[in-house]
Design a protein around this ligand. Structure first.
Ligand code: TYM
Length: 402
């Protein structure tokens, strides 16, 4: 029996693994996102949807849409169909507070959610799963709660509108209507099903098994009676990276059985680790990540020391062959955060044809990221405890659809 399990695990480890706890590509290669779309059964985000977003919001689509960072969705077209007829929706996203500071990968869904909130003029709920991290990372209850509040400051610094945003910690908020929905969901999911979706095993403690309904139910408006009274049919749209998909596959599976609408999703690829595109930037490996608390010097050192380069070994060879942009991390990072389309194209052409050297590209990336992190640091320094309390207060949001 043990031997069978070991064989199974070894067979799995040569495949790519993408779940909320692990992201690794097959045999050290790149994550194959087309395969993920097929495996998970989501839909590809195509040009026609981007055009629709532009038309409906009368503004240029976010750079993360234009450049395919958000590449997959579930029923986003239905959200747009309803919006076109005048029906609004609400946004739901979250963070598991496992570290003091966020890294650049974590900022991606929050930057994008802020754009969606502004462009569509809709309310937003942000879940801080301090309970999840307490159970998975072996943090104390008090420490996870402290980290949740610290992370809330970074999230608020992304620029959310307090009149349209409710941030909550599970330890503070779970109860009442939210808890009733958790129990409704839990009754629909067998142990076998949970083991299949999340890979739980007999050795996991039962706290882990009990968690998925907690992340599922913010997808249902009735979990927030202070926000959406009488609006049980309001649709929910969840922006996140694709690692969170298993939670919402489960949620979408049970929703119709409870008489609820399935949440729609808009899902991003991963901001990769400095070392390359075979994994995501992860808080559990500090050398893989650039944090929003890193100094200009840290950023420069990390990029120079760790950012995997597609440049050639010698200048002569580089001038002759050019860089391999497919594997180059500095170019990949610029494609997330350098807003100017024409400058990005220029860098790709010059570097790809060997006229620009790795050092020059890394220097430009260092400037772009330093400026972004400095801007974030200033915004975060302006976030007071009173502001955190205001975002986290259980209250109605009177102007949420204006
Ligand atoms: P967490 O804290 O691991 O991640 C927070 C958000 O950041 C995304 N993310 C990334 N995106 C791009 N590149 C990366 N390298 C990267 N690393 C993380 C995650 O997909 C997530 O959107 N269980 C969740 C918290 C949660 C949640 C939600 C997330 C609760 N409800 C609803 C999204 C939507 C967690 O631990 O996320």
């Amino acid at each position: 029996m043990e031997v069978d399990k070991k064989d199974e695990r070894e067979a799995e480890s040569s495949e790519q693994v993408v779940n909320p706890w692990e992201v690794s590509a097959k045999d050290g290669g790149k994550i194959d996102y087309d395969k993920l779309i097929d495996k998970f059964g989501c839909q590809r985000f195509d040009e026609s949807l981007i055009d629709r977003v532009q038309r409906l919001t009368s503004r240029q689509p976010h750079v993360f849409l234009r450049r395919g960072v958000f590449f997959a969705h579930r029923d986003f077209n239905e959200i747009l169909d309803a919006y076109e007829k005048g029906d609004k929706f609400y946004l739901y996203t979250g963070r598991g507070p496992s570290s003091e500071a966020l890294h650049l990968g974590h900022l991606i869904p929050f930057m994008f959610t802020k754009y969606l909130q502004e462009a569509f003029k809709v309310p937003l709920v942000i879940q801080l799963t301090d309970d999840e991290k307490c159970m998975w990372k072996n943090l104390s209850v008090e420490e996870s709660q402290r980290l949740a509040r610290e992370n809330a400051k970074d999230i608020i610094a992304c620029g959310f509108d307090v009149t349209k945003t409710f941030i909550f910690s599970d330890f503070d908020y779970v109860g009442g209507a939210f808890y009733k929905n958790m129990v409704r969901v839990a009754k629909c999911v067998t142990l076998n099903k949970a083991m299949g979706i999340f890979g739980f095993s007999g050795e996991d403690h039962i706290g882990k098994l009990s968690f998925p309904p907690v992340q599922a139910v913010p997808s249902f408006p009735s979990s927030f009676p202070h926000l959406f009274p009488g609006k049980d049919n309001l649709r929910c749209l969840i922006p996140c990276a694709i690692d969170q998909d298993p939670y919402f596959r489960m949620t979408r599976d049970v929703a119709p059985r409870l008489g609820y609408s399935k949440p729609a999703l808009i899902e991003s690829s991963f901001f990769p680790a400095l070392q390359g595109e075979n994994g995501k930037m992860s808080a559990s490996d500090p050398n893989s990540a650039i944090y929003v608390t890193d100094t200009a010097k840290d950023i420069k050192n990390k990029i120079n020391r760790y950012a995997f380069s597609g440049g050639q070994d010698s200048v002569e060879k580089h001038r002759e062959l050019g860089a391999n942009l497919e594997v180059d991390i500095p170019v990949k990072y610029l494609s997330f955060f350098l807003e100017d389309d024409s400058e990005l194209e220029h860098i790709k052409k010059e570097y790809g044809e060997g006229r620009m050297l790795t050092g020059e590209v890394k220097k430009r990336l260092t400037e772009v990221l330093t400026e972004m992190v400095e801007r974030h640091r200033r915004a975060r320094a302006a976030v007071t405890d009173e502001m955190v309390d205001a975002f986290m207060a259980v209250r109605p949001l009177p102007s949420m659809f204006e």
